[in-house]
Design a protein around this ligand. Structure first.
Ligand SMILES: C[S@@+](CC[C@H](N)C(=O)[O-])C[C@H]1O[C@@H](n2cnc3c(N)ncnc32)[C@H](O)[C@@H]1O
Length: 277
């Protein structure tokens, strides 16, 4: 029987959008991420996914940023087979199953109660997987996560929904809790007035849902998180527009994305940032 979505909060429901985008990527003739588990989870949910109006550009960008984050988690886990991975705002993401780290790695999925309950129901059990039901706005969200192992924190599609003091609190808290590690996340390089207006007036349901939950307008200079916590150091700023996988985007989108990669200001509109501590 398919799972009916009954009581997700609007911010939790944004996880259905990214899940569906990865499922659509899997159905594309030339997938970027090829997440067949995302596709089968979508099949298991009774929900009007098509009504979200997810556009091809969102499908490609969501798949590509997940792949870029997977690559970074995979290399951290292969360098540190005793690693702990902490997926912040994990939603229904199947990163653990895509990355397939060694059995000695533990993967913690942190999210709010409604979407965490769905994860419990919909994702296959795995001895490496642990669910942490918590708000990242709470000071003790990491209390049940091991604090004595190399730690890779990853946040895909999360920070835009949090207020800056909450994000700064996460950055300060991780170096207090975990001995060493990295944090990697996707970022939009600062949301200007034009993008805000576009989110507000766009006819697609997807943009209205996401726009109403947007909490943080971001930053241009990738060093900005170091002002929240000087113990984290920027080690990578990678534009999606420069990734090889852009060659798999449909023609018009491939050209537009490559053009975006030609100036610093537009290249940072879709980027992966990584910091070490
Ligand atoms: C756009 S979804 C991304 C989900 C997942 N990372 C993915 O890529 O599919 C944003 C996620 O952040 C979670 N989230 C938002 N605010 C949160 C908070 N204060 N604490 C924990 N999770 C939060 C939402 O519940 C949702 O699952």
């Amino acid at each position: 029987m398919r799972t009916v979505i009954t009581d997700l909060t609007p911010v939790e429901a944004t996880a259905l959008l990214t899940l569906y985008a990865r499922a659509l990527d899997n159905r594309a003739p030339r997938p970027i991420l090829a997440d067949s588990l995302a596709d089968s989870i979508v099949d298991d949910i009774d929900y009007d996914f098509a009504g979200l109006g997810v556009q091809t550009s969102v499908v490609c960008q969501t798949a590509l940023r997940a792949k870029m984050l997977d690559d970074r988690v995979r290399s951290f886990a292969s360098a540190h087979p005793d690693a702990v991975v902490v997926d912040l705002g994990a939603g229904l993401d199947s990163g653990l199953y895509r990355v397939a780290p060694p059995q000695t790695v533990d993967w913690y999925h942190v999210d709010l109660p409604g979407i965490s309950a769905l994860r419990e129901t919909l994702l296959p059990p795995d001895p490496r997987s642990h669910i942490v039901v918590a708000s990242l706005a709470a000071a003790d969200w990491a209390a049940t996560i091991p604090a004595d192992r190399p730690t890779m924190l990853v946040a895909d599609g999360l920070f835009a929904f949090l207020a800056e003091p909450v994000i700064a609190g996460i950055f300060r808290g991780i170096t207090e809790r975990f001995p060493s590690g990295e944090i990697a996340f996707n970022d939009y390089g600062g949301i200007g007035w034009f993008s805000r207006a576009a989110l507000k007036f766009y006819p697609q349901k997807m943009f209205k849902d996401v726009g109403s939950q947007w909490g943080y307008l971001g930053f241009k200079d990738a060093h900005h998180p170091q002002t929240w916590n000087p113990r984290v150091r920027l080690v990578e700023e990678a534009s999606l527009a420069h990734a090889d996988e852009v060659d798999l985007f449909p023609g018009w989108l491939r050209i537009a994305t490559r053009l975006m990669g030609m100036t610093k200001a537009t290249a940072r509109k879709g980027r992966i940032l990584r910091y070490r501590f």
